[in-house]
Design a binder for this molecule. Structure first.
Ligand SMILES: NC(=O)c1ccc[n+]([C@@H]2O[C@H](COP(=O)([O-])OP(=O)(O)OC[C@H]3O[C@@H](n4cnc5c(N)ncnc54)[C@H](OP(=O)(O)O)[C@@H]3O)[C@@H](O)[C@H]2O)c1
Length: 312
């Protein structure tokens, strides 16, 4: 069945020009508010809907139109951004919208698993909508400001059609691929890095703290170490090594050498009485590689122990 044109979708009281830019934001929590404000500030007409109606009042005061229900909200704009709590809430919203999503572009900005994102995409396509998934790698205060990133996947034509509007809320809005699960997968990867790195800092503060050094005293040395050594490591070389499953002992040095250093760290942590779980986990990965006969490989070969955990 041929798709209707944009002008056929426009409400009678909206010009085609306005319809082109009108955007609906469903869910006006912290993120939804930030998205709607960025769009309004950029001059886009915005329609909003929120389960708890009063929570949308500040946006109405700024010029947004409050939709009476989800069907009205989806009907108001070709581009519909969904920013509710989780994937179960997305399904509640979309079930309420039903066939009103036909010929709309539904952008699911909710944090979820890759599987949940694909399931929302399947639902949208079955109901005649284009679908994009977006992973918001930002906090609300960053939305609409330089530095905000939202990663997209799904319907490539819809992405290109709406790219200027999407870049209003996040100037860095790359398209990862047609698999709607990709943004959530990248989100998992990036958050894994964030939590592991942040916890590394906290672990270091705790162990030096147990020795009487404050975090503020330690910070300048930690910062220089982090900038000059930790992130100075050639990450392109690490990525190539991981993809090729080849682990030269120069990237960055051998497992055996680092396994010995990790045992030392573990000893000091245990002697000082601070929690040693993080260091013990890394030490166990290195010991596993040594036990499997890979002590002479580069440290990046620990990825093999992560890919195939030891069973004991
Ligand atoms: N905040 C952040 O820093 C941040 C960063 C990156 C990604 N995210 C993601 O962005 C999404 C929104 O986060 P947020 O910070 O805006 O959360 P929030 O402030 O807690 O707002 C949650 C929103 O979801 C709505 N909601 C919850 N259950 C619903 C349901 N069953 N049906 C309809 N609406 C429902 C709430 O409506 P009511 O007002 O009626 O409760 C509210 O509008 C989440 O997936 C979050 O993981 C947030």
């Amino acid at each position: 069945m041929p798709r209707r044109s944009l002008s056929q979708r426009a409400p009678a009281n909206d010009s085609e020009e306005t319809m082109h830019h009108r955007t609906t934001v469903i869910g006006t929590g912290a993120m939804g508010q930030a998205l709607a404000i960025a769009l309004l500030d950029a001059g886009h007409p915005v329609t909003v809907w929120n389960r708890t109606r009063e929570r949308a009042d500040p946006l109405v005061a700024r010029g947004a139109v409050l939709a009476a229900d989800v069907v009205d909200a989806v009907s108001a704009s070709e581009l519909v951004l969904v920013s509710v709590l989780d994937s179960a809430a997305v399904r509640d919203v979309l079930d309420s919208a039903g066939d009103a999503v036909r010929d709309r572009t539904i952008v699911n900005l909710v944090t979820g698993t890759p599987g949940e994102a694909r399931s929302v995409a399947d639902w949208a396509v079955e109901h005649g909508a284009d679908h994009l998934d977006g992973a918001m790698m930002a906090v609300p205060s960053m939305i609409g400001s330089p530095g905000a990133t939202i990663l997209y996947g799904g319907a490539v034509d819809a992405y290109h059609r709406h790219e200027p509007t999407l870049r209003t809320v996040a100037s860095d809005s790359p398209f990862l691929g047609v698999d709607a699960g990709l943004p959530a997968l990248y989100d998992v990867g990036l958050l894994t890095m964030l939590y592991a790195t942040m916890t590394g800092w906290l672990q270091a503060f705790a162990v030096v703290g147990a020795g009487g050094v404050t975090a503020e005293e330690f910070l300048p040395h930690a910062r220089a170490w982090f900038d000059n050594v930790v992130v100075a490591e050639d990450t392109a070389e690490v990525a190539t090594s991981v993809d090729r499953r080849e682990y030269p002992d120069t990237v960055p040095s051998s497992v055996a050498l680092n396994a010995a250093a990790l045992r030392l760290l573990l000893q000091v942590h245990e002697e000082s009485g601070v929690g040693s779980g993080l260091v013990a986990a890394i030490s166990a990965l290195a010991d596993q590689r040594v036990a499997e006969g890979h002590g002479a490989d580069g440290f990046t070969s620990l990825v093999e122990a992560i890919r195939t955990p030891a069973r004991n």
